[in-house]
Design a protein around this ligand. Structure first.
Ligand code: NAD
Length: 257
């Protein structure tokens, strides 16, 4: 499969799953636009590194996915977005009655509303060019819930609904919209939850990983960023042209339980 000549915009891609997806799409030949809210030398260096390794055009665009105007500016800056990967996301854990309002607002803005803004900005160009792929990185928490993750679970269920709606609106065009629902993937987002969980349960790192994090993941293995990138690349292939409005779980069996 080649995605040569296509441009992929990946929100929140200076780390973790977004970076893994960017690398896999670049390996498949797509030009990639990386993004985060920071403006550091190392952000631009990541793009240069992808370009050096794969030979595609890779750029980095600073834009804050908590802000509507930045979401739309990112798509403009890409100069044509054929593949849109809505991946930017944050997490916060607290009982619903103690959940800070600012954290709720930030999670809904970054994990859900940003996908509305980028999709709205990208669809007209996809229609003009007659091809497009919208791939939303949801979560097993887009299909099931866990306690203390009210904002995250609400945002992830919301992005699954947005995915279905965009798929119906584009169903008769060569544009598809799907959500990938990962289980646990060992990225900085997950790594940052380990110390608190170790304290909370008075457990070693290994026990937190095995008995808390991977408790609901029957494979007892983390999914990898490469596997998620490969799934995104598959959704961009001709074989996936009739796959739209659905979710693909990459969760080691979590949602089969
Ligand atoms: P991560 O922390 O490594 O990456 C998150 C990315 O989002 C980073 O690049 C960060 O810079 C970016 N980001 C955060 N706030 C932003 C903002 N305001 N503007 C632009 N970018 C912003 O985490 P990850 O695990 O790679 O998560 C990526 C996505 O995958 C998230 O949507 C997350 O919910 C989802 N996910 C992760 C897991 C997992 O186990 N790691 C499981 C299911 C779903």
């Amino acid at each position: 499969m080649t995605l040569a000549g296509k441009t992929a915009v990946i929100t929140g891609s200076n780390s973790g799953i977004g970076l893994g997806v960017a690398r896999e799409l670049a390996k498949a030949g797509a030009n990639v636009v990386l993004n985060s809210f920071t403006d550091r030398d190392e952000d631009y260096e990541l793009a240069r590194d992808i370009a050096d390794v794969t030979g595609v055009t890779a750029t980095y665009v600073q834009a804050d996915m908590s802000k509507a105007e930045d979401c739309r500016r990112l798509i403009d800056a890409a100069g044509g977005c054929d593949i849109l990967i809505n991946n930017a996301g944050i997490q916060y854990v607290a009982p619903v009655e103690e959940f800070p309002v600012a954290k709720w607002d930030a999670i809904i803005a970054i994990n859900l509303s940003s996908a509305f803004h980028t999709t709205a900005a990208a669809i007209p160009g996809m229609k003009d060019r007659g091809w497009g792929r919208v791939i939303n990185i949801a979560s097993a928490h887009g299909l099931t819930a866990s306690p203390y993750k009210s904002a995250y679970v609400a945002a992830k269920h919301g992005i699954v609904g947005l995915t279905k709606t965009v798929a119906l609106e584009t169903a008769q065009l060569p544009i598809t919209a799907n959500a990938i629902c990962p289980g646990y993937v060992l990225t900085p987002l997950v790594e940052s939850q380990i110390p608190d969980t170790m304290k909370e349960y008075d457990m070693s790192r290994e026990d937190v990983i095995k008995t808390v994090m991977l408790e609901r993941q029957p494979s007892k293995e983390f999914a990898t960023t490469q596997q998620l990138g490969g799934t995104a690349a598959f959704l961009c292939s001709d074989a996936a042209a009739q796959i739209t409005g659905t979710t693909i779980s990459v969760d080691g069996g979590w949602t089969a339980l």
